[in-house]
Design a protein around this ligand. Sequence first.
Ligand SMILES: [Zn+2]
Ligand SMILES: [Zn+2]
Length: 304
Amino acid sequence: MLPYTSIHEAEAALGRGLTAAETLWFNYSANKSDYFLYCHNIIFLFLIFSLVPLYYLILEFFFRNSVQPYKIQPKFKLSLSDYFNCYKSVMRMFVIVVGPLQLLSYPSIKMIGIRTSLPLPSVWEILAQLTMYFMIEDYTNYWIHRFLHCKWGYEKIHKVHHEYTAPIGFAAPYAHWAEVLILGIPAFLGPSLVPGHMITFWLWIALRQIEAIETHSGFDLPWTPTKYIPFYGGSDYHDYHHYVGGLSQSNFASVFTYCDYIYGTDKGYRYQKKVLQQLRDGLGNDGDQYGVPFDTSSESLKVD
Ligand SMILES: [Zn+2]
Ligand SMILES: [Zn+2]
């Protein structure tokens, strides 16, 4: 809640006129509690988990011929009821874990200093903070994910997320409840080290989930704007991690590629891409994006 009763009062306190964005923020947030504003994340997450994967579902079912060349594992097909069951599981987890986690984590948001006040941050401040959040999350997530691939972590927790060997957008948040909780830590670490405005925090939560859905979409679409981000992994990169499955000791990073490069956990992926590209060149284009020919058992081509 803002400590001003009118725009005039806010302008007097700032010593200048409000920008259009600040006026909008004042009108929206002046009478709303910080807790209520924070809880907007629940609505945003619900909409993102529902609508962003729907985009890929529409591509899959209504534009199949047009997008088929961009499907990473084209042999893989699910029915509408499979998609719905996945969505149902994710929504169950949303109601039981994600929503309550948002409701209960408010004191920590206050403690680290996420603010709702004026002035609003500049676009550059928001971009700089979001970049930091993505990098901190990526690094921390890399090591947690790597730990989840040890025998205990995989068997007890992470194998639920790997039930989809060819991931779909709806399956991005599909995981064991413990994994949902554990992966909240890297998502929270960035804002706690570099606290910003509530709007930046909303954007962070939203963009991270949209990014996760894109990397699980099963499509390597040429018009995806994330292709222009340096060292960005993307759907092909993470799809390989699911494709190799439980044995995977490759492509642990959630967003960028440099952690796997530095720690040498992308060698299998790079090798596979190179060798199978040669194989695909030899066979024409009768294969998927891993270069696996449609009639060849993928088992024989897996590299850990
Ligand atoms: Zn994994
Ligand atoms: Zn995944």
